[in-house]
Write a protein that binds this ligand. Structure first.
Ligand code: SAH
Ligand code: SF4
Ligand code: F3S
Length: 432
């Protein structure tokens, strides 16, 4: 038998891209490809791209620039571009970078093997009616006890700054029975901690189910010990989902609930369709259901028109919530979005605001992490640490925890007493 062909995939962007890359690797696997860790020894290089900010899109072109040499030395190497830049720019990518052989949008991955077999340039950025996941082969072995499962894609919210509704298309939910089947299959392969993914995961409405109903069904799956979901929109947090945080032990006490800004004026300009006050009231209700829940968020600083006062309002909101983590970004104008029509604020001002905001979040994150010292937590071992006998796992609150445990096994759930907190992780001792 001939040696299998080698596929190198580089993934940029969000967890949905991570999930998609795994599924694409499986689809290509059915066509005789195995994955490899470097582009140099690959027969095919696939860049799974992100379009969310300008820098993300530019990365594709700098990586393609570097791949020119490889293509010159081995013209048979296939170069593919997938993901959100593929969707946004389509054939334009090939005009700019003729080394690219194929461009495939996020809704057309099931066609990837066939496109890779072709001898002519291929572009597919259609939005087919079928669920692409049903057309892909069944999921195979996963890497470790934690896994992602995409349950919905796309977004109908049209925040004024965001490209996702254009690159991923309208909101589409998968069929709940298929999701349950996929989840059971993952558990059989050793998954214990499952994160349900969607651009707007709590807008899930597959076959009329809500996300809360889906989570309640998943909680009945034996062997599945932890359930998480991301990313949620504040306006889609319904009563049942909030209640589930209180009455489902398997639903983990961590919630990523992006607010973007704490200024009502900016929230309105962003088309977020809620106020800062409404967000804070929602957080209160979630904390009433699950008092120890750790919250995280996304923030954009320097949105067009943002004043010092608007930024102060964002800092006040952050102080009121006390976040365990957050992602924050300087506003980046994206072609085709309504906000891109508006004049931008001074870049240096936005940089300074970003630093101030990140310093505040870091203080909060460390404070909440230090509050874990002395507590007993559940830890799921994910991998061996660098030191002999060391295991690394995740707590219920998604903290990375280092444990000295020579007998520990990957995939094991243990009880740990937290002894110390450092900048990005905790250290603890196994107690059972
Ligand atoms: N669906 C999710 C997140 C989508 S993108 C949500 O609704 O929150 C992830 C994050 O990128 C966003 O939450 C936002 O903070 C950031 N982002 C999106 N577009 C951006 C832009 N044009 N400039 C800067 N940050 C942006
Ligand atoms: Fe983008 Fe807003 Fe949709 Fe999130 S909710 S994906 S920020 S448009
Ligand atoms: Fe980026 Fe597309 Fe995800 S733009 S953040 S990869 S949905």
């Amino acid at each position: 038998m001939a040696d299998p062909k080698k596929l190198f995939i580089k993934t940029y962007g969000c967890q949905m891209n991570v999930y998609d890359s795994e599924r694409m690797a499986e689809a290509m696997g059915a066509d005789g490809y195995v994955t490899t860790e470097t582009a140099e020894d690959a027969d095919m290089v696939l860049l799974n791209t992100c379009h969310i900010r300008e820098k993300a899109g530019e990365k594709l072109y700098s990586d393609l620039g570097r791949l020119k040499k490889l293509k010159a030395a081995r013209p048979d190497v296939k170069i593919g571009v997938a993901g959100c830049v593929a969707q946004a720019e389509g054939a334009e990518i090939m005009r700019r970078m003729p080394i690219v052989d194929l461009v495939v949008g996020p809704q057309s991955y099931h066609r990837l093997p066939e496109m890779a077999r072709a001898n002519t340039p291929q572009v597919d950025t259609d939005f087919p009616l079928e669920d692409k996941f049903d057309l892909l082969p069944e999921r195979k072995a996963t890497r470790g006890p934690m896994a992602f499962l995409t349950v919905q894609e796309g977004c109908d919210k049209f925040c004024a700054f965001c490209v996702v509704p254009y690159t991923r298309g309208a909101e589409v939910s998968r069929d709940p029975q298929r999701i349950l089947t996929e989840a059971r299959g993952l558990v059989e392969k050793g998954v214990r901690d499952l994160t349900l993914l969607g651009q707007n995961v709590n807008a899930f409405h597959g076959d009329g189910w809500t996300l809360a109903r889906l989570i309640r069904e998943l909680a009945k799956v034996d062997g599945l010990e932890r359930i998480r979901y991301t990313t949620s929109h504040p306006n889609d947090m319904d009563d049942d989902l909030i209640a589930a945080h209180g009455d489902l032990p398997k639903l983990m006490p961590y919630l990523h609930l992006p607010v973007q800004s704490g200024s009502d004026r900016i929230l309105k300009a962003m088309n977020r369709k809620h106020t800062a006050e409404a967000y804070l009231r929602l957080i209160e209700r979630i904390r009433a259901a699950r008092p120890d829940i750790l919250l995280s968020s996304d923030f954009i600083v320097g949105f067009p028109g943002e004043t010092d006062q608007d930024f102060e309002d964002t800092l006040s909101l952050i102080r009121a919530v006390n976040y365990g983590a957050a992602y924050s970004f300087k506003y980046s104008a994206r072609p085709g979005t309504p906000a891109a029509e508006k004049p931008e604020i001074d870049g240096a001002v936005a940089d300074a605001r970003l630093q101030t905001l990140q310093a505040l979040i870091t203080r909060q994150q460390r404070g909440l992490q230090e509050a874990m010292v002395g507590r007993e937590v559940g830890v799921l071992y994910e991998k061996a640490g660098r030191e002999a006998g060391q295991m690394i796992g995740k707590s219920d609150h998604l903290h990375a925890v280092f444990v000295n445990d020579p007998n520990g096994r990957v995939g094991e759930m243990v009880r740990v007493r937290i002894l110390a907190s450092s900048s990005n992780s905790l250290a603890g001792a196994r107690i059972s």
